[in-house]
Design a protein around this ligand. Structure first.
Ligand code: FMN
Length: 241
């Protein structure tokens, strides 16, 4: 492959946020996981695991995520609602509370920009909280994907495990893309690890990083959204003056 072709292929991947219910054969799931495993890894330790949710397991996990979101969504911004959550605990994060926290000022404008662009593309008014919540809730339906991959990392290597997981997921996403499949990383799913643990026998030392929806993209409008790409200069550290 020529460099230009590689660049074009990389640029042609976008997150998929609406999937057909068409099942993904187990052999294809295995192939994309094998592609993921071509990534580099810290001392080749591969401090990662994947829990593959399909069929009834996928449906039960999705239903429980949705049930908790339905408790949290209507009450999350009222003081009384927050008190109630603390009291009943159902709906409180069981892992990665970061998801529910605001962005730091250095990153907030970027997050707001992509959120605004996606909502505008979907025809959602930013002031329409119900529509925004419904869009967010699609995360818990895995955007209709028949496969959800839960990515787990070994806690002992800290950020290096997360780094390995990210590189694994990237190669997996590209392998999926090459086969006409779509993917979407889902930090939204990192919040309730107990749901994943209730279905999978997760070995000691592993924690949930995030989910990745996998399936065949539909022709829904959500999938024609192209997130703007940054320029190299946007992330290049300047020399000291
Ligand atoms: C770790 C991680 C978590 C993400 N979590 C979510 C999520 O919960 N929901 C969602 O719709 N997109 C999620 N995304 C997708 C990003 O919004 C998307 O990658 C970004 O806007 C760039 O768009 P692109 O993937 O189409 O290039 C996540 C991406 C990453 C890398």
């Amino acid at each position: 492959m020529k460099p230009k072709e590689v660049s074009e292929f990389l640029a042609s991947r976008h997150s998929t946020r609406d999937f057909l219910s068409k099942p993904v054969p187990q052999s294809v799931i295995d192939e994309v996981i094998a592609d993921g495993l071509t990534s580099p890894s810290w001392s080749n330790t591969r401090p990662i695991m994947v829990a593959v949710a399909t069929g009834e397991v996928r449906d039960r996990i999705s239903a429980e995520f949705m049930a908790r979101w339905e408790i949290v969504a209507p009450i999350r911004s009222s003081k009384w609602g927050q008190f109630k959550l603390l009291f009943t605990r159902r709906g409180l994060p069981t892992s990665n509370p970061l998801v529910a926290k605001p962005y730091v000022p250095a990153l907030l404008p970027r997050a707001q920009k992509i959120g605004a662009a996606l909502f505008s593309h979907l025809g959602i008014d930013r002031k329409d909280r119900e529509a925004r919540d419904a869009a967010w809730a699609r995360n818990y339906e895995f955007f209709g994907a028949p496969v959800e991959l839960f990515i787990l990392t070994h806690t002992s290597l800290g950020k290096f495990s997360a780094n390995d997981a990210g590189m694994f997921v990237m190669n997996l996403m590209l392998g999926a893309h090459a086969r006409g499949l779509g993917t979407c990383a889902q930090g939204a799913l990192s919040i309730y690890d107990d749901i994943v643990r209730s279905e999978f026998d997760v070995p000691e030392g592993y924690e949930l990083l995030y989910g990745v929806a996998l399936g065949y993209p539909s022709d829904d409008k959500a999938n024609s959204f192209a997130a703007p790409r940054f320029a190299p200069a946007d992330i290049t550290v300047p020399l000291k003056p």
